[in-house]
Ligand binder design. Structure first.
Ligand code: SAH
Length: 235
């Protein structure tokens, strides 16, 4: 079984410090003692680490050797901003499933008030990914970009395989698009009202290929989860 990983809140060259809930949990529930060995993620690297000092405010570790960490699923999600409660749920699940990066997109059919409030939500989305990373024992935390319009988001995409999840596509399945030599993938998921025809042509002009997840219309968060699960199975 993989050991539980702890994610450090700060590190120096030789030590890492955990605070907040993790410190309380180590001190009070696990009764950690100096000298005990844990796996700690510090500054994005996984280390074997030895407890140096413990109290409920902070637990300090001496960092020992770096351990091999499994990489995130090489999937970049472009997720249109949609109803925040559903979107947060989607972000949490995408983190558990291993997404490497999430770009919130201000789509044409993203509701106005959501688009206006999105920038202020980023901090909360980042906290959700941090918590979900800890919970799912990830060694890294996915990047959440600042929300941006589609055109700009498309210019940030570096994957060779770019797949637009579209309920209007009837032939090409996501599964078929992932056959062969595919290493890094970007998946775009539209808002509740779907992408507009102009957005669809922006995508096709940037080399995106529409793919379907089947004949039913899924909610955006369901499409994100299903899309990632298929990537996880096939990549
Ligand atoms: N406008 C649509 C709903 C959009 S669903 C309607 O009500 O008719 C929100 C997003 O989920 C879509 O933009 C698409 O990215 C994704 N999605 C939903 N169902 C899908 C399916 N069957 N295949 C691929 N993507 C889907």
């Amino acid at each position: 079984m993989t050991r539980r990983r702890w994610i450090a809140d700060s590190r120096t060259d030789t030590t890492a410090t955990l605070t907040g809930d993790q410190a309380v949990h180590l001190a009070r529930v696990l009764r950690a003692q100096p000298g005990q060995i844990f796996d700690v993620v510090a500054g994005g690297f996984l280390h074997r680490a030895e407890v140096l000092s413990v109290n409920e405010e902070s637990v300090v570790f001496t960092l020992h050797e770096e351990l091999e960490a499994e990489a995130a699923l090489p999937v970049h999600l472009l997720m249109a901003v949609f109803k925040f409660d559903h979107m947060e749920w989607g972000i949490e699940k995408a983190t558990e499933l291993g997404a490497a990066r999430i770009t919130p997109v201000l789509a044409r059919r993203t509701e106005k008030h959501l688009a206006q409030a999105a920038a202020k939500r980023v901090e909360r989305w980042r906290r959700i990914t941090l918590e979900a990373s800890k919970q799912s024992r990830r060694t890294d935390v996915p990047t959440i970009d600042e929300p941006m319009p589609l055109k700009l988001a498309l210019s940030h995409v570096t994957s060779e395989t770019k797949l637009l999840l579209a309920e209007t596509e009837q032939e090409n399945s996501l599964r078929a698009a992932l056959q062969g030599e595919v290493s890094r993938v970007s998946l775009a998921i539209g808002p509740e009202g779907g992408w507009t025809p102009e957005e669809m042509s922006l995508f096709s002009g940037s080399g995106w290929q529409p793919v379907t997840l089947g004949p039913r219309i899924l909610r955006a968060e369901t499409a994100a989860i299903a899309g990632l699960a298929i990537c996880a199975a096939l990549l």
